[in-house]
Design a protein around this ligand. Structure first.
Ligand SMILES: [Cu+2]
Length: 397
């Protein structure tokens, strides 16, 4: 049978439309992965469609084979003093003395060999969150291995399964160990480069801490049940009682009284600034290791979500948005196109998470500064004290 294409006027219209559509699709396929034509002019930032031209094409190969290359890492779990923000130092639990621990970066198919020495006074392990690995390397005592005892060393060795944004963390007394800083970023690169190649890449690992309060609760809402609302709880905060190296509580009685929130181990303003240039394509890897959800909101421009839990999203699922909620244990990769010069913030929109122990601004707030962009002049001191607003909803006093 032959297929007859009607050339009646109406049919022609549809046919032409289909051809145009197909050509548009081809043209998109040809340019996919290429940097977009730079937008120019003072109003370039007004285009809501600027990200449409950027289609992420992952470089991960379909048939991943071992590369024969070995990536060797030595980790030491120990308690260390760690500064979350200027003047705020805590006794943290760390890999190699920092929060997060060292970023481990390998290529899919590499052998990753990690030697972990446990300098804590309690058991630990490492779980490779998101990787497809052999069961005995998954780090979950007592099922896949015996717990790593204080003073002991354990070697994890496995073939890195696939590209993406992942993390590593203990799977023993996990609340106490993770909430006090024991975690790290694991980035696996594809065997062929992703496209487009970003001009800048940043990683944002979100953590929450349950620390003795200094009583700052100026912004605390009624009904909030954080430790800062109960001053006499300070001395018995589990952040201390369950601290490895300080007696080794189980952590099971820990309350969800998180009062410090960190990006890569630092609370604003210690989060620093990301500097970008106009028309940069910027890739951000977001990782939520905390026990809370964080709706991360970007000012001034949108971003495109390109991967979830390490898995690249198909072109049609790469969604443009400005607020991305990360649940506990999730990772996302996003691309943004820097087309709106200025100084912008990328912050958690659960606004208690942009406080340091109840005081704003703090916590999960990242400044993105376009090169040479200026910060607004500092405010003048108020001429008169602000009036009390005792009945104001949402205020604690
Ligand atoms: Cu949050």
């Amino acid at each position: 049978m032959r297929t007859v294409i009607s050339l009646r006027p109406g049919g022609l219209g549809v046919f032409t439309f289909l051809i145009a559509f197909a050509l548009a699709g081809c043209s998109e396929a040809r340019t996919a992965g290429q940097p977009p034509a730079p937008l120019s002019g003072p109003n370039a930032y007004l285009s809501a469609r600027a990200l449409d031209n950027i289609v992420f094409q992952p470089g991960t190969v379909a048939d991943i084979r071992p590369t024969g290359k070995v990536v060797e890492v030595r980790l030491e779990a120990a308690t260390s003093r760690w500064e979350l923000a200027p003047g705020k130092v805590t006794e943290a639990v760390t890999y190699n003395g920092t929060v997060p621990g060292p970023t481990i970066r390998a290529t899919e198919g590499d052998t990753l060999r990690v030697t972990l020495t446990n300098k804590l006074r309690q058991d630990t392990s490492i779980h490779w969150h998101g990787l497809h690995i052999k069961n005995d390397m998954d780090g979950v005592p007592p099922y896949t291995q015996a717990p790593i005892r204080p003073g002991a060393t354990f070697v994890y060795e496995f073939t890195v399964s696939h590209a993406g944004t992942f993390m590593y963390h203990p799977h023993v007394n996990a609340v106490a160990q993770i909430d006090n800083g024991l975690y790290g970023v694991l980035i696996v690169d594809p065997q062929q480069p992703d496209a487009p190649k970003p001009a800048k890449e940043f990683t944002m690992m979100l953590g929450a801490w349950n620390l003795p309060s200094s009583g700052g609760m100026a912004q605390q809402a009624p009904g909030e049940t954080r430790g800062s609302g109960m001053p006499d709880m300070g001395g018995m905060m589990p952040g201390m009682g369950a601290m490895p190296g300080m007696g080794g509580g189980s952590g099971s009685g820990m309350m969800m009284n998180y009062n410090w929130f960190t990006i890569n181990g630092k609370a604003f303003p210690a989060t620093g600034e990301w500097v970008v240039s106009e028309n940069d394509i910027v890739r951000v890897r977001l990782i939520n290791v905390s026990n809370l959800a964080h709706p991360m909101h970007l000012h001034g421009q949108d971003f495109k979500v390109i991967a979830k839990d390490g898995e690249p999203l198909a072109a049609g699922l790469q969604t443009v948005m400005n607020t991305l909620a990360l649940n506990s244990g999730e990772t996302y990769d996003i691309l943004l196109l820097a087309n709106n010069p200025g100084v912008w913030v990328f912050h958690c929109h659960e606004l208690h998470h942009t406080e340091n122990d109840g005081v704003e601004p703090g916590g999960l707030m990242q400044v993105i500064r376009y090169q040479n962009a200026k910060t607004a002049p500092a405010a003048q001191p108020a001429a008169t004290p602000r009036p009390q607003q005792p009945g104001m909803p949402g205020m604690s006093h």
